[in-house]
Design a protein around this ligand. Structure first.
Ligand SMILES: [Zn+2]
Ligand SMILES: [Zn+2]
Length: 136
């Protein structure tokens, strides 16, 4: 399906083609730190189908939990995480685009959870946490 989105301030936009069956939650501690939250939700977009306007700042994490160096790209103005990819010049084979920036996020429910051994223990019990429809 076609996907498109932008960061919080609009300086960076992305578009592409992605398979909604491949939406993944990552509970690794790098994703917890990189999002400032409990987990990250991403979808792979092939490099050949990935389009972007604006220029993200990137940070090379050389000691990722996976053992593979990863480039983390985010908006230099508003800090929104945009994607991660492999290091190197030019178009990379795949971009893990952050689902929270996409207009189609309602249709992009996660299909698997990785690094569950690092998951915060409460993520499986969120339905029991009292809810407010708006700010409490
Ligand atoms: Zn921005
Ligand atoms: Zn992760």
């Amino acid at each position: 399906m076609k996907i498109e989105g932008s960061c919080h301030c609009g300086a960076i936009t992305v578009a592409g083609e992605a398979d909604p069956e491949r939406v993944t939650i990552c509970h690794c501690t790098d994703c917890q730190t990189g999002t400032g939250s409990a987990f990250r939700v991403s979808i792979p977009v092939p490099g050949t189908a990935f389009r972007m306007t604006g220029k993200p700042t990137s940070y090379l994490k050389t000691t990722a939990d996976s053992g593979n160096p990863r480039v983390q790209a985010f908006c230099p103005n508003c800090g929104t995480p945009i994607y991660s990819t492999s290091p190197g010049e030019g178009v990379q084979p795949s971009y893990m685009v952050r689902v929270g920036i996409l207009a189609q996020r309602d249709q992009l429910a996660p299909k698997r959870q990785n690094w569950f051994r690092s998951a915060r223990p409460w993520v499986t019990a969120m339905d029991a946490i009292p809810k407010n429809e708006k700010q409490g």
